[in-house]
Write a protein that binds this ligand. Structure first.
Ligand code: DP6
Length: 340
């Protein structure tokens, strides 16, 4: 047997991303097609590293794919999402084998810091390569989207725009790079305001919002303008312009979710206190703008220099547990390919 007959183990990494124009709602839940476009920043220091190998001996003792997370058997719900994703790759190729998947995360899982974004971006790249596919970045993005909508954006680095697309097969619902990570030295300072996983996952919350919020139609109508304004601000590196869109996009997303039945409220007291800190910084002349995802943490966009002011101000805000400073980073990349 030659070394080329051995299965290929591919390790890929991807950084998580934070949306500045939010994705909230699907036009097709089966293909995970977003109802609107979105715009985000991919980050360097928080992400996922995933190794995938398709092989007859990869099968788990209980049958099916063997999936680990941070060196322990993956929690059942996570494992189920990964298995469904691997089935997509198996359908696309002739690889009918079980897979061994090992994921390591440097993102606080399910805490509103978008671990599914980096997780499915790294998985899409590692699994497609291990199965012998060589996808163009846009195709890889469309594949990652089927794992999680925000993952489509983590294929690219820096500022990224995701298209809602029009085709029913979803082939045009993919992301593209707007501005590379090194081009604009901004920061996202995160104020962590609670421990533990979020109350309701984003897929379920989006579905409930679309079904029951009377503001959902207004949300869908507002996004294209926000997207155009954010895109123009990124391309001209206009922090104030981008920050203002980011704040209103986040507020509109949360207002829409709060109006669902039953209501969806991700914030706590410290979320509001951190928003107040940002307003106070701005009144004193610092260019700082917040966004909030499907969780209670507040993420503040500012220049690298102003992060030195913003970070201590957030850390001193009542209820803020700790802060993180996030830096723009590259898109998903293959780290290793080994025959085993
Ligand atoms: C609030 O990408 O996690 O972070 O496609 O159902 O997996 P699924 O949703 P997901 O939703 C992200 C929601 C958000 C906004 C955003 O990242 O655009």
């Amino acid at each position: 047997m030659s070394i080329f007959d051995l299965p290929l183990a591919v390790t890929a990494r991807a950084g998580t991303n934070i949306a500045l124009v939010k994705y909230w709602g699907k036009r097709d839940p089966n293909l995970n097609l977003p109802a609107t476009g979105s715009l985000s920043l991919t980050l360097a220091n928080f992400g996922s590293e995933t190794t995938v190998r398709f092989a007859p001996d990869a099968e788990a003792p209980e049958g099916g794919d063997r999936i680990s997370f941070d060196d322990a058997p993956a929690p059942p719900r996570f494992a189920e999402r990964v298995r469904r994703f691997l089935n997509l790759v198996r359908q696309e190729t002739r690889v009918g084998l079980p897979a061994e998947v090992a994921t390591r995360n440097s993102v606080p899982t399910a805490a509103g810091l978008a671990s599914s974004a980096s997780g499915f971006a790294a998985l899409a790249l590692a699994a497609s390569r291990a199965a012998g596919m060589k996808l163009a970045p846009r195709e890889l993005s469309a594949l990652a989207r089927q794992g999680s909508g925000s993952a489509a954006r983590s294929i690219f680095g820096g500022f990224v725009e995701m298209a809602a697309g029009e085709r029913s097969d979803g082939s045009d619902a993919c992301a593209q790079a707007l501005l590379p990570a090194g081009a604009w030295d901004v920061r996202l300072v995160v104020a962590i305001t609670a421990e533990g996983p979020k109350a309701i996952g984003s897929s379920q919350a989006m579905e409930l919002t679309a079904k029951t919020s009377p503001y959902y139609a207004g949300w869908l109508q507002a996004v294209p303008q926000d997207l155009a304004a954010a895109r123009a601000a990124v391309l001209t590196q206009d922090l104030v312009g981008l920050g203002r869109v980011a704040e209103r996009s986040a507020m509109r997303m949360h207002a829409c979710a709060m109006a669902a039945d039953p209501p969806i409220l991700y914030w706590n007291g410290a979320t509001l206190a951190a928003m107040e800190t940002v307003r106070r910084l701005r009144a004193a002349g610092t260019g700082a703008f917040f966004t909030v995802d499907a969780g209670p943490h507040v993420k503040v966009l500012c220049t690298a220099r102003d992060a030195e002011l913003v970070e201590p101000a957030l850390a001193a805000t009542p209820g803020v547990l700790r802060t993180l400073v996030l830096v723009p980073g590259p898109g998903a990349e293959v780290l290793r390919e080994e025959r085993r």
